[in-house]
Design a protein around this ligand. Structure first.
Ligand code: NDP
Length: 301
């Protein structure tokens, strides 16, 4: 089994780090040309990947990959769901704490060396506030347990109405407007699918509280961005933390950059200094399983 680490992973980690990790796990791994490899680890699709028997995506989301064409071409395709609960959970907790404790506004003032309190009624605590987490898989559960630990009342939305740790009530997607209505924070952690494209539209934003914040760590297309800008402009919601945008990078002229109560981050909620090890553990497991004729974990097709 020869695994090639594709150059497309470079924006996330140095490909050499994954080669080193896989080698330490006893897997033959290299960077370079795609010739003669049995598997490839990639961040983006590339037409040459159709010639490789197994493609592993270093992301959990695979909306950018031509999954049906992989199926038709007989390519095995696996993803990296399961590794982002702590990183994204902590990023979301950070976003909620930042808005509640007003850290973003103090950092803004620091640029001008201004020592000044926020208005008395602005700061609040997360304790007893409600969060609604839309999508309760790896990301959603990582968010839910952390917000629950901060004393929040966490409810969730998913198609299968099963409870998960940290969540007090689960709504189905048809009750989304009801689920978000009492929440101070609405956190998006769903995959991008036909059903979730434009899920958060003007009606959902309208159903949210005026003092509520939207946190999107899913995909930009899950939110109707024009409706979000309008809701922020009109004060229909209080603000947003946006790690996933449409398009990415967010264009310089986007009005989203300009709101005091909007945090824009460059799709980095999951990034950590050991990301290559988490991906590497999945790749090594699957290299062994495929070699032994077993079904790989996280198989999509
Ligand atoms: P999982 O597959 O573990 O979880 C997905 C969850 O979404 C499940 O709970 C599923 O539950 C629920 N779900 C699916 N469809 C719907 C729907 N129509 N309405 C409501 N809930 C739904 O995926 P991950 O948690 O690993 O990742 C989720 C997404 O987050 C990825 O696809 C990716 O786009 C994004 N992501 C973003 C990152 C970032 O850096 N910002 C990092 C990693 C992932 P059920 O089946 O019961 O509906």
């Amino acid at each position: 089994m020869h695994v090639l680490v594709h150059e497309s992973v470079a924006p996330v980690f140095d490909p050499a780090l994954l080669v080193e990790f896989l080698t330490s796990e006893g897997v033959t791994a290299t960077t370079g040309a795609l010739d003669d490899c049995d598997g490839v680890v990639a961040f983006d699709h590339d037409e040459a990947l159709f010639d490789v028997p197994w493609v592993h995506a270093i992301t959990a989301g695979y909306d950018d990959y031509p999954v049906e064409r992989y199926r038709e071409a007989g390519v095995t395709f696996t993803n990296s769901t399961g590794i982002h609960g702590a990183s994204v959970g902590e990023s979301v907790a950070g976003h909620c704490l930042t808005f509640a404790r007003r850290l973003h506004r103090y950092r803004d003032r620091q640029h001008d060396r201004v020592w000044e309190h926020e208005p008395y009624d602005r700061a609040f605590t997360l304790r007893d506030e409600r969060a609604c987490v839309v999508g309760l898989g790896t990301l959603g559960q990582g968010v839910a347990v952390r917000l629950d630990a901060l004393g929040m009342d966490v409810v969730g939305v998913r198609r299968t109405p099963a409870l998960v740790p940290g969540v007090s009530e689960v709504f189905t997607p048809d009750a989304l407007a009801e689920a978000v209505a009492d929440a101070r924070f609405v956190v998006l952690t769903v995959p991008l699918t036909e059903a979730t494209t434009g899920l958060v539209d003007a009606a959902v934003l309208d159903a949210m509280r005026e003092d509520a914040y939207l946190v999107n760590v899913a995909r930009g297309e899950v939110v109707e961005q024009d409706a979000l800008v309008a809701a922020l402009d009109e004060g229909a919601i209080a603000g947003a933390a946006l790690d996933a945008l449409d398009p990415e990078p967010l264009p310089e002229e986007s009005p989203l950059w300009g709101f005091e109560e909007v945090l824009v981050t460059p799709h980095c909620a999951a990034l950590t200094n050991d990301y290559h090890e988490a991906v590497g553990a999945l790749v090594a497991t699957n290299a062994r399983r495929i070699e032994q004729g077993d079904a790989p974990v996280n198989r999509v097709v």
